[in-house]
Design a protein around this ligand. Structure first.
Ligand SMILES: NC(=O)c1ccc[n+]([C@@H]2O[C@H](COP(=O)([O-])OP(=O)(O)OC[C@H]3O[C@@H](n4cnc5c(N)ncnc54)[C@H](OP(=O)(O)O)[C@@H]3O)[C@@H](O)[C@H]2O)c1
Length: 323
């Protein structure tokens, strides 16, 4: 079957190890099932995998992709939940220290077929297209949990989203504004700041800008480049939720600011299957849809990876195997 996979790892030249080519059909182990992929979406995770972050040489060749929507063996339209826990793990999957995402230890979703544990399938709401549903399991689920489970923001609060047009950043903006929260965003580009306003942000700012007032919560995925601004943007008692560190993970901690202003810094990673189900329902009920930058045939996946590396994306890039 056709797949986009990591054949080698190179931290400096991630696309050097990307191959679009034939891989053997997956065989479902006991308790797993096979999904015919109709759409899969690209995440920065896939670029990190090609750089060797979260993916070891011993697992190569590895089909990339953590998100998918497709059709199961019984003909049902499904969304694939990507967190794979150790057998017997019953608590929150994101708390399992031995968990992995599809494409880390098990073959991923950028293929015509993918195998997953049966409980990792959710019904796809008919109101969402395969392309829209394929955006939910990683970036959108992460944004949903950051806002509603971790920061517990409520209508009328103000949230700062660092970055305007990334997969997680657009999800944060759309979900929070649909929930009645005032959203402010930062971006390096004027056109991306304008796009964020179209997506529901109330205001947008240059990175590091002085804000009109301090905010209740900050959503951080960029890391080192924006960390100091994130801390300075918070009200006393405010909450910073971090789920990514694209630009590095060792900024000054600014401990005096953290303790004197009683700031809460919370980590967040993916979400639970129940949260994914609630997210899908929220999208249907509120008429909210994932922001899709472009849909490409799987055979042209390299162009999508290049666009993400170039930062030339607003929202999600989706691959479809059957075009
Ligand atoms: N923990 C989890 O479960 C989880 C889940 C999903 C994602 N993540 C992490 O979250 C991060 C974002 O993921 P994504 O899929 O949304 O990636 P993406 O689409 O590539 O995100 C791009 C975003 O990063 C911003 N950015 C700002 N400064 C940057 C810089 N110097 N270099 C590169 N980008 C910069 C961009 O802002 P501008 O508007 O300024 O361009 C843009 O909004 C990644 O680190 C990813 O690994 C973690």
């Amino acid at each position: 079957m056709l797949a986009a996979y990591a054949n080698s790892i190179d931290p400096q030249d991630p696309l050097g190890g990307l191959v679009i080519g034939e891989r053997p059909d997956p065989v479902a182990p006991e308790g797993w099932t096979t999904v015919a992929v109709r759409a899969a979406s690209l995440n920065h995770h896939d670029v990190f995998s090609l750089r060797g972050i979260g993916l070891g040489e011993e697992h190569l060749p590895m089909i990339l992709g953590t998100d998918a929507a497709g059709v199961d063996e019984q003909g049902n339209e499904v969304i694939v939940y990507s967190v794979i826990t150790e057998p017997g793990w019953l608590a929150d999957p994101t708390h399992d220290p031995k968990r992995s995402l599809l494409s880390e230890r098990h073959q991923g979703t950028f293929a015509e077929r993918v195998t997953v544990p049966r409980p990792n399938l959710l019904p796809k709401p008919p109101e969402l297209s395969f392309e829209e549903a394929a955006c939910l399991p990683t970036a959108w689920l992460t944004a949903y949990r950051m806002l509603f489970t971790r920061a517990r923001v409520t209508p009328g609060m103000t949230v700062l989203v660092q970055g305007a047009t990334g997969g997680v950043a657009t999800a944060l903006t759309v979900l929070a504004s649909a929930a009645g929260i005032r959203v402010w965003v930062t971006s390096r580009s004027e056109s991306k700041r304008a796009r964020a306003l179209e997506l529901g942000a109330s205001a947008s700012f240059e990175p590091g800008a002085r804000l009109p007032e301090r905010v209740d919560a900050v959503m951080e995925t960029i890391g080192e480049a924006t960390w100091g601004h994130s801390l300075r943007a918070l009200k006393p008692g405010g909450t910073l939720v971090v789920s990514g560190a694209t630009t590095g993970d060792a900024p000054p901690a600014e401990l005096r600011r953290v303790f004197f202003l009683a700031l809460s810094i919370l980590g967040s990673s993916m979400g639970t299957r129940d949260e994914l189900q609630r997210l899908a329902r929220f999208c249907v009920d509120k008429g909210v849809r994932p922001v899709i930058d472009r849909t490409l045939p799987l055979a042209g996946a390299r162009d999508g990876f290049q666009a993400m590396l170039d930062g030339d994306v607003c929202g999600k890039i989706v691959f479809t195997p059957d075009i």
